[in-house]
Design a protein around this ligand. Sequence first.
Ligand code: SF4
Length: 103
Amino acid sequence: MQTEWMPQGRCREIPPGTFFPSDGVGVEVARRICAECPVKAPCLEYALFHRIDHGVWGGASERERRRILRQRRLDGVLPGGGAERLPPDPPPLRDGLRPADCL
Ligand code: SF4
């Protein structure tokens, strides 16, 4: 999956913890930052593709990403439940990792 969008993420200049909120208020703060990000769309697709469980990516919380994946499976966007589209070994993610840190 392509990653050249990562250096353009707004989160590069923001403390990583902002994107790993512990409550709804924090999620909203992160989402507002993402809303102005020029790479919001590829960031969200990256998180969906890699089944990233934690944090706000592409303006979507963990719960929202699960909902998107569920809907895509229902819509047949990911045939076979999407498993065949997963990379064999998703990259390990550390706590506090921002999209921009994945490079
Ligand atoms: S998490 Fe994704 S959408 Fe949000 S600021 Fe970072 S790169 Fe942009």
